[in-house]
Each structure stands twice: as structure tokens, then as C-alpha cells.
Ligand binder design. Structure first.
Ligand code: G6P
Length: 369
């Protein structure tokens, strides 16, 4: 009913709008400002153990795997520990080299995904430690891990994950900050600065949500496309993958996410006036390179939907539609660029008349192999 959905037309939309609160709740109580550190109540590992970790394996499925791909950037940058990111169903069958001194980080909204649970058991059986990032309290994965960081997103009903994803990014960021502090790669002062930015995120997500009706207009323009391409670089590449996945899941339009720099090695052959290309182009180190990717798309007749911050003239000239987000640090930008990814998919699906909350052939939680 409408009441269950808090007055929203779909659970997915309600959950998209719950993100400012979900993110705030995931941060709440976990910051130690006086010490410039982060407190993770159920992490289950002592500082000494965290200091000794040699390698980290992030393992997950679906949207949670995309969060893991962003997590690699966080942990390698802030804590300087090498990270591998695996799809759970691949990890368990490749006889992974994991053992003492290694940490597996399992990410699962439901905490019940069969492949992720099996990967957790495999990692522990081989002598690794395992912590999980889960949204469901006391779920199987949470219970079988050495420790857990709960995302406090609240129940997620829509099959397409939204608030669980952005809170997973926040949980991974908190973990990276904690690891960085313990391992001495992050000063208290730098940690404090990152924490201040974290605290400003909910407000910025609200600002991003104000773009909803503009994004609905964009969706209207591109709804009849048969395929979409999503491009991003660095920590925005996983968001391109996630944007493409969201669109596929609920609108049944084929979409592909690609690292922008790889476009010239294949996808560029697909570009014509029928292919909308969503380009993630926030201001960062690779901004100019991404803008030139946009120019390459346009030169071949492709239509560009740019997702940017502080868009300059050259970007404005190279796109057909522009979504302009508030600024945050490069690390936290993926949280903000996720919002238009969700809204584009949502509005395209609504316009196509598909079942947004219960897309065909998909399950919220896949408890069989
Ligand atoms: C299913 C859901 C996805 C989800 C994936 C992993 O495929 O439809 O939205 O990302 O499972 O689920 P998990 O609960 O482990 O995060």
C-alpha cells in the first residue's frame, strides 16, 4: 500500500529518499573526534591484529560487489594495504591464496547470499580472518564472521539496492579510516578532516535529491534507447557499473559500464546517435581526460548525459544533458554520483511501465547457488 511506502509510489523511491538518514545513521556513534579516530563497535579485531594484516580480500555479489570495488580505493589509499576484490561465486572456486595475516571483508545487504556465505567459510577455513558489512542484524554472514560493521540503512524492500549501497560505501570508508589510524598511514588531523566531510554528506545527498525532476526529464528524453553506456574512471568506474546494473535490473534496457579510458579499445565502435552515454565527470584528477572522452563520444554522434560538479565551459559544450552535483572530497564523491544513477534507472523504468520493486527474474536475496 501507499502507507507502507511512506506516500511514495514505490519502495525503491522511498529508499532512495531515505539515504540522507541512512547515511547519517551509519555514521552516528562511530566517530571519536577527540582522538581523530573511528569506533567500530563490533569489528571483532584488536588494533594489534588490524596492524598486522598483510592483504585484504573484499568479496561480494551484485551491487555489494560494486561497493567493494570502491572500497579498494579507500583502503589502499588511506591504509596502504593491498586489496583484491572478488565476486563471491568466483572466489570460492579458484582455490584462493588466502591464509593467516589476510583479512576477508564480506559485503552483503541481506547477509544471506549463498555464494558470499560460502566464500566467507572458505576464507576462514583457510586461516584468514573475516569481517562482514551487513545490513541485516544477526544474518548468517554477520553471525559467522569474526566481526561485523552494520550498515544502518533500515529494511530495504525494493529488489534494486539503493540505500544499502550508499551505506556500504560509508561503512567501507569508516573501515579504511580505522585501518589508516591503526597502521599509522593516516594522522589524527587528516582523519578529523575526512570525518567532517562525512558528516556533511547527508545534507549534500539531500541537495542531490533535489535534482529528481530534472533527472525525470532526462529519462523522458532517453527512454526509448535500446542500449546505454556508462563511463567513469577511478572510483567512479564502479559507479558506472552500478548505474548500468540499476538500469538493466529495473528497466530491462541493456546497459554496460566501462572504464572511460578503455572506451577506445572497444565500446567506441558502438557509438551512434542511438546510444546514450552517461559520463561520470566530477572535478578530480582525471576530469580533463573524462571531458575529452565525452568529446570523442559526441564527435561520433553519440548523446552524452554528464554527471558533474562545477561543470566548466568545455564540459557544457560536450554534453546533451547535465546533472550537476554538490562537491565533496574525491573519496566521497561516489556516494553522491550514485544518486543520479538510481534516479535515472527509476524514472526510465517508471516511464516504461515495468515493475520497479519486483523486476522479473530477480530476487532480493539469492540464497541458492
Ligand atoms: C541480489 C539482489 C541484488 C544484490 C545481490 C547481492 O542479486 O537482487 O540487489 O546486490 O543479490 O545481495 P546481498 O544481500 O548479498 O548484498
Amino acid at each position: 500500500t501507499m502507507a507502507e511506502k511512506g506516500g511514495y509510489r514505490h519502495f525503491m523511491l522511498k529508499e532512495i529518499y531515505e539515504q540522507p538518514r541512512a547515511v547519517a545513521d551509519t555514521i552516528a556513534g562511530r566517530l571519536k573526534d577527540d582522538e581523530g579516530d573511528v569506533y567500530l563497535e563490533d569489528l571483532g579485531l584488536e588494533a594489534e591484529e588490524l596492524g598486522r594484516i598483510r592483504r585484504i580480500f573484499i568479496i561480494a555479489c551484485g551491487t555489494s560487489w560494486h561497493a567493494g570495488l570502491v572500497g579498494k580505493f579507500y583502503i589502499e589509499k588511506l591504509a596502504r594495504v593491498p586489496v583484491e576484490v572478488d565476486i563471491a561465486s568466483e572466489f570460492r572456486y579458484r582455490d584462493p591464496i588466502i591464509g593467516e595475516g589476510d583479512l576477508a571483508v564480506l559485503i552483503s545487504q541481506s547477509g544471506e547470499t549463498a555464494d558470499t556465505l560460502a566464500a566467507l567459510r572458505e576464507a576462514r577455513a583457510k586461516g584468514g580472518k573475516a569481517v562482514s558489512i551487513c545490513n541485516v542484524v544477526d544474518s548468517s554472514i554477520a553471525r559467522e564472521s569474526d566481526g561485523v560493521i552494520y550498515t544502518h540503512a533500515g529494511p530495504e524492500i525494493g529488489v534494486a539496492s539503493t540505500k544499502a549501497f550508499t551505506t556500504q560505501l560509508v561503512a567501507l570508508y569508516l573501515l579504511a579510516l580505522r585501518l589508516g589510524r591503526v597502521r599509522g598511514t593516516l594522522s589524527a588531523e587528516d582523519c578529523r578532516r575526512q570525518v567532517a566531510e562525512l558528516l556533511s554528506l547527508p545534507r549534500k545527498i539531500e541537495t542531490a535529491l533535489e535534482l529528481d525532476s530534472a533527472i525525470e526529464e532526462i529519462a523522458r528524453t532517453f527512454v526509448s534507447a535500446r542500449d546505454f553506456l556508462y563511463l567513469g574512471r577511478g572510483n567512479q568506474y564502479p559507479i558506472a557499473l552500478e548505474g548500468a546494473l540499476k538500469l538493466k535490473e529495473i528497466s530491462y534496457i541493456h546497459a554496460e559500464g566501462y572504464p572511460a579510458g578503455e572506451m577506445k579499445h572497444g565500446p567506441i565502435a558502438l557509438i551512434d546517435e542511438n546510444l546514450p552515454v552517461v559520463v561520470l565527470a566530477p572535478r578530480n584528477e582525471t576530469y580533463e581526460k573524462v571531458v575529452s572522452n565525452m568529446e570523442e563520444v559526441r564527435a561520433r554522434g553519440g548523446r552524452v548525459i554528464a554527471v558533474a560538479t562545477r561543470a566548466d565551459e568545455s564540459l557544457r559544450r560536450s554534453c546533451d544533458a547535465l546533472v550537476e552535483l554538490p562537491e565533496t572530497t574525491d573519496d566521497l564523491m561516489p556516494v553522491l554520483t550514485s544518486i543520479p544513477m538510481q534516479l535515472i534507472a527509476y524514472h526510465v523504468a517508471v516511464l516504461k511501465g515495468t515493475d520497479v520493486d519486483q523486476p522479473r527474474n530477480l530476487a532480493k536475496s539469492v540464497t541458492v547457488e
